[in-house]
Design a protein around this ligand. Structure first.
Ligand code: NDP
Length: 449
């Protein structure tokens, strides 16, 4: 193990997700650092793995029964070499410094790949929005923003949504910021249309993911037409990934949440997807309810002690993990290969463990890392920022065309960088190298700060 990685582990004890993300990037950019003495001398990798700032705060709030709760809020301002910090907020009980540092670290390279001037950041709280009333969510968001508002700004740090933070939460957070700071600025992205939001932002991560996969298939003279697709998650990313898969002639057959997954062999068509969207976005129900409405589908409850997740064992052509980190491990990767999967594109951040990625690559599965394939969300957030700065708003088609172009550019950039360093066709290496070089060069130019 290199001294750099040893040091990261020593300096960040117990932060396994952060170690995993750093190691994964280091393994592919090591060659680039070795070739470039300036990067070594300026200690670029050592600096890029240390957050510029990590803000950690208490959030108190009162539930509907009058009981007081205490949660932890965070903002990791990881790197601002190429622009203001940018990255989502996650509300989930698992949130801790390790998870947010891994996400903020990934975000640096992802944002660089979009070609837009955005630095890397991430934040959130160990608050669980599940089962909470709208009034409770609002009070939590107001408490959270009470502290966060001191550290963000439309030219400084512009958060967005992530797991557990959707349109409702962004609305409450934006309202709280506006009231506290007495200003109406684009301090958050993912805002509603009509109060500063961009068309296509809700769809962007899922649509962008499928555009990326479409580019990978086109590179191999293939398309999504008629392809059976395994999708995990049933939130924002999964919903719009399924929508775009359907538009492009594919057939999604699975969807999940933390309680389990549904398998619908006949395919989740547009009407069934509408049902899922209403269930998740309006009624805030569980995915198991799908089988009440469509009894031919099968619901399998999740079993965390199992050695593999049966969702990934169904026969299919493509896989789109869109739930959370480390949802595909070694056994799942073997099952995907056995089931005939030829392409895996990550909608979630780091859903595939490193040994599982190795298995996919060894078996010639086309593999797209999240920092490239799910970058459409943050790219469209970047477009929302541009629209907020200029006061000029684009049509749906204009934003969608820009999103498509950005995903094609990221795709081509990954292939070009991989080829340059002798790893032709390796999207993982290409994404890491291209993202790293862009940020490293900006850091060099700006001196030791
Ligand atoms: P949502 O909160 O809308 O949906 C998350 C989905 O994943 C839900 O179905 C949820 O189920 C499931 N899920 C969450 N945690 C777990 C878990 N520990 N085990 C099993 N299932 C889980 O989030 P998004 O769709 O926005 O985000 C999904 C992934 O995509 C995340 O990795 C996020 O970082 C990534 N991403 C999101 C972007 C965006 O624009 N929103 C941009 C780029 C990446 P349940 O409801 O039961 O919790």
């Amino acid at each position: 193990m290199s001294n750099i990685i040893k040091n990261v582990k020593l300096r960040n004890p117990g932060e396994t997700e952060f170690h995993q993300a750093v190691e994964e990037v280091y393994e592919t950019v090591e060659k680039v650092i070795e070739k470039n003495e300036k990067y070594q001398k300026a200690k670029i990798f050592e600096r890029i793995t240390e957050p510029e700032r990590l803000i950690y705060f208490r959030v108190n709030w009162v539930d509907d029964k009058g009981e007081v709760h205490v949660n932890r809020g965070y903002r990791v301002q990881m790197n601002s070499a190429i622009g203001p910090y940018k990255g989502g907020l996650r509300f989930h009980p698992s949130v801790n410094a390790s998870i947010l540092k891994f996400l903020a670290f990934e975000q640096i390279f992802k944002n660089a790949l979009t070609g837009l001037p955005m630095g890397g950041g991430k934040g959130g709280a160990d608050f669980d929005p599940k089962g909470k009333s709208d009034a409770e969510i609002m009070r939590f968001c107001q408490g959270f923003m009470g502290e966060l508002s001191k550290h963000i700004g439309n030219r400084l740090d512009v958060p967005a949504g992530d797991i557990g933070v959707g349109g409702r939460e962004i609305g409450y957070l934006f309202g709280a910021y506006k009231k506290m700071r007495n200003e109406f600025t684009g301090v958050l992205t993912g805002k509603g249309i009509g109060w500063g939001g961009s068309l296509i932002r809700s769809e962007a991560t899922g649509y962008g993911l499928v555009y990326f996969a479409q580019n990978m298939l086109a590179e191999n003279k293939d398309s999504l037409q008629g392809k059976t697709c395994l999708v995990s998650g049933s939130g924002n990313v999964a919903q719009y990934a399924m929508k775009k898969i359907l538009i492009l002639g594919g057939k999604p057959v699975t969807a999940s949440d933390s309680s389990g997954y549904i398998y619908d062999e006949s395919g989740i068509d547009a009407e069934k997807l509408e049902f899922i969207m209403d269930l998740k976005n309006n009624r805030r129900g569980r995915i198991s309810e799908y089988t009440d409405k469509y009894p031919s589908a099968v619901f399998t409850p999740s079993d965390r002690s199992a050695e593999s997740n049966p969702l990934w064992a169904h026969p299919a052509d493509c896989a789109f993990p869109c739930a959370t980190q480390n949802e595909i491990d070694v056994n799942d990767a073997h099952n995907l290969v056995k089931g005939g999967v030829k392409l895996l594109a990550e909608g979630a951040n780091m859903p595939t463990t490193s040994p599982a990625i190795t298995i996919l690559l060894e078996n010639n599965v086309l593999y797209a890392p999240g920092k490239a394939s799910n970058a459409g969300g943050v790219a469209t957030s970047g477009l929302e920022m541009v629209q907020n700065y200029s006061g000029i708003y684009w049509t749906r088609d204009e934003v969608d065309t820009k999103l498509k172009d950005i995903m094609k550019d990221i795709h081509d950039t990954c292939l070009k960088a991989a080829k340059e360093f002798g790893m032709e066709g390796n999207y993982q290496a290409g994404a890491n190298i291209a993202g790293f070089q862009k940020v490293a060069d900006a850091m060099l130019a700006q001196g030791v700060i």
